[in-house]
Design a protein. Structure first.
Length: 132
C-alpha cells in the first residue's frame, strides 16, 4: 500500500488525503520519520485539512509531548470556529479536507489532559463526545 501511495503522490504531490493515508501506514509500521514527514506534507499541501491537523496533534501526544499536543489541538479548535460549517455541496476532495470531527478532537484533547493529570478538563472534553 505504501508503494502505491508513493506512486500516486509522485503523480499528484498536492493531494493531501493521500499524504495522510501514507502517514497512517508509517505509524502502523513504527516509521516515526516517515509518519512525521507525511503529516507535515499533508498540511503543507492543504493547511485547512482538519484530519491531518488532528492526526499531527495525536502524533505529538504519542511521541511523548501531551502538553504540546494539547496546545496544538486547542488551537485547532479555535481555528475551526471560523471554518466552513456545511460542506454538502463541495467536491469529494473538499469534503475530505474541510470536514471536521469535533468528537475526535474532544477525545484527543481528553487523552492529552489525562496524560497531564488535568482530569477536570479531560471530563469536560469527554462530555463533548456525547453531543448529538
Amino acid at each position: 500500500a505504501e508503494a502505491a501511495y508513493g506512486e500516486a503522490l509522485a503523480r499528484k504531490p498536492h493531494h493531501a488525503p493521500w499524504w495522510l493515508e501514507r502517514a497512517m501506514i508509517a505509524i502502523h509500521r513504527n516509521d516515526a520519520p516517515g509518519a512525521e514527514e507525511s503529516l507535515h506534507r499533508a498540511l503543507r499541501a492543504e493547511p485547512r485539512y482538519f484530519n491531518a491537523a488532528l492526526a499531527l496533534g495525536q502524533w505529538r501526544r504519542l511521541k511523548g509531548d501531551p502538553a504540546g499536543a494539547a496546545r496544538w489541538l486547542a488551537a485547532l479548535r479555535v481555528r475551526g470556529v471560523n471554518g466552513p460549517k456545511d460542506v454538502r455541496g463541495a467536491s469529494g476532495y473538499q469534503r475530505a479536507v474541510l470536514s471536521r470531527d469535533e468528537r475526535g478532537l474532544a477525545r484527543a484533547l481528553a487523552l492529552c489532559y489525562i496524560d497531564l493529570g488535568r482530569f477536570r478538563e479531560a471530563l469536560v472534553e469527554l462530555d463533548k463526545t456525547e453531543m448529538d
